[in-house]
Design a binder for this molecule. Structure first.
Ligand code: MN
Ligand code: MN
Length: 489
């Protein structure tokens, strides 16, 4: 018999003690690895190529409408069908739903009955931005500008003195929609919001940061060429109206009903001398929407029905008929359930409640990565960190967990077991210190339907800024986590 090494009997060597302590720490403690210490060389290559596709997608999808349009085009190429064209759904069917062009859903019908529950991922595709007001265009001292109303939580000063682009949709006299995208092509002009020169900025710089650039100061410079007739009043505005009409066939009236968003004009870029980060506008929450969709579309088939819900209006409270509070999403789930039955008429509310209560949803949304420059707002033991993988967030909310769905421990534990089994590293964290602030997600609105819900997503630096930063390995491993969940949960 092999003699066991024991600490008793004779004086243990320094090395023996070190080994035992190391083992005890590993077995009893909880530490979160930096992914770069544990991933393979292949993983790094996958992460890099995944990031290329992701960056390209971000450049094509800077608004919720663009995200939905491009994603549905992609889904159709992959053989997904519009659910509106289907009467009966069978296992293996791949369908999508376009929700008013601003939100969407996609699903793979599973082999198991829907009453066993669905595996869902919900993310949002709207992002903070500036919307044009209904009467935006005006002339002031020979300049032509546009009035905006900001959407979502922004630091207004970040939007001045940077190149901006104009994306949106205009409805022409006959009602036909026309999309607009100015400022993205290399030879396009860009727009900008002017800032005050520091030489004259002493009063401005003494203001609170929320007022350095005020809401009514977010005026976009769009022109300065006059209509060539000195006698005409408002000739600078007239020249721009004429340009808009000549180029796009639109009039000032068309802006009243248009939905036009002002977004940063720059493209997604690699960040860092080692190119290990991705910098781009609108990664909250398109990084989770994109990884959720890449996870779904990587699945050939599903045991449980796998669903991705991509919401609009999260950044302003999930209201409206495209936001997560809308019953349109519940009806969509009912439709998936009812159409998957052999007889549509056998669908009933009791069974649908079973579907909902047996379902699990990952509320896929970004988290605030620990930033050493702003460490004072975080509890370092309970914050997410860059390069430690997907963050599982039990609760969000503020002022004593107010306004959160607070994931059930049973569900949270089952999720961590699944990820561990598949060697997918995860971390956990709260949004900042207790009472330092807080935020909400779509989680609680889906939890209201009775399903199990937990928040989880990619850690982000400079969240809600015009240039948000994520890590390539976090993005790739979040994709893997979502795929594992949809396939095996
Ligand atoms: Mn978000
Ligand atoms: Mn957000």
């Amino acid at each position: 018999m092999k003699e066991e090494k024991k600490l008793t009997g004779k004086k243990p060597s320094k090395n023996d003690v070190k080994e035992v302590v190391k083992k005890l720490k590993k077995d009893l403690g909880m530490e979160y690895d930096n992914l770069w210490d544990v991933v393979s060389k292949d993983d790094k290559e996958f992460a890099w190529s995944f990031a290329e596709d992701y960056k390209n997608f971000l450049d094509l999808a800077k608004t919720e409408r663009e995200f939905v349009t491009v994603m549905i085009e992609t889904l159709e190429e992959l053989g997904y069908e519009n659910i509106d064209s289907k009467n009966i759904l069978e296992p293996g069917d791949k369908v999508y739903k376009n929700i008013r062009g601003k939100a969407m859903a996609a699903a793979i019908i599973g082999k198991k009955p829907m009453t066993d529950g669905m595996n869902l991922i919900g993310a949002h595709v709207d992002a903070p931005r500036l919307d044009l007001k209904p009467n935006p265009i005006y002339e002031d001292n020979d300049l032509v500008l546009m009035k905006t109303h900001y959407y979502g939580g922004i630091k207004k000063y970040q939007w001045a003195a940077i190149p901006l682009a104009m994306h949106g949709i205009v409805f022409l006299k006959d009602g036909s929609p026309m999309t607009i995208c100015i400022g993205e092509k290399d030879d396009d002009p860009v727009l900008t919001i002017t800032d005050l020169l520091p030489h004259l900025g002493s009063e401005q710089m003494s203001r609170k940061a929320t007022d350095v650039i005020k809401g009514e100061d977010l005026n976009v410079l769009i022109g300065g060429l006059p209509y060539p007739d000195k006698e005409t009043s408002g000739r600078f505005k007239l020249a721009i109206l004429k340009l808009l009409h000549d180029k796009y066939g639109i009039t000032e009236r068309d802006f009243v009903t248009a939905e036009i968003e002002i977004v940063p004009a720059q493209k997604a870029r690699d960040v860092g001398l080692d190119s290990s980060f991705i910098g781009a506008y609108g990664q909250d929450d398109r990084v989770c929407a994109y990884t959720a969709m890449s996870a779904l579309t990587n699945l050939e088939k599903a045991d449980k029905t796998a669903v991705c819900l991509l919401f609009d209006k999260e950044e302003i409270g999930s209201d409206g008929n495209t936001g997560a509070q809308s019953r349109v999403y519940e009806y969509l789930l009912y439709e998936l359930y009812a159409r998957s039955l052999p007889e549509l008429a056998s669908a009933n509310q009791l069974d649908f409640q079973k579907v909902l209560q047996n379902s699990s949803l990952l509320s896929a949304d970004v988290t605030n990565a620990f930033d050493p420059t702003y460490s004072s707002v975080s509890d370092p033991r309970n914050n997410s960190y860059i390069n430690r993988g997907i963050t599982l967030v039990k609760y969000v909310g503020s002022r004593g967990k107010y306004g959160t769905s607070d994931a059930n421990g049973e569900f949270f534990a089952r999720l961590t077991r699944l990820l561990d089994k598949n060697e997918i590293k995860w971390q956990t964290g709260e949004m900042g210190k207790v009472d330092a602030g807080g935020g909400g997600t779509i989680a609680k609105f889906l939890a209201h339907l009775g399903m199990e819900v937990i928040d989880c997503g990619v850690p982000v630096l400079s969240m809600h800024s015009t240039f948000e930063v994520t890590s390539k390995i976090d993005v790739y491993y979040t994709h893997l986590a979502y795929q594992t969940f949809l396939r095996d949960f």
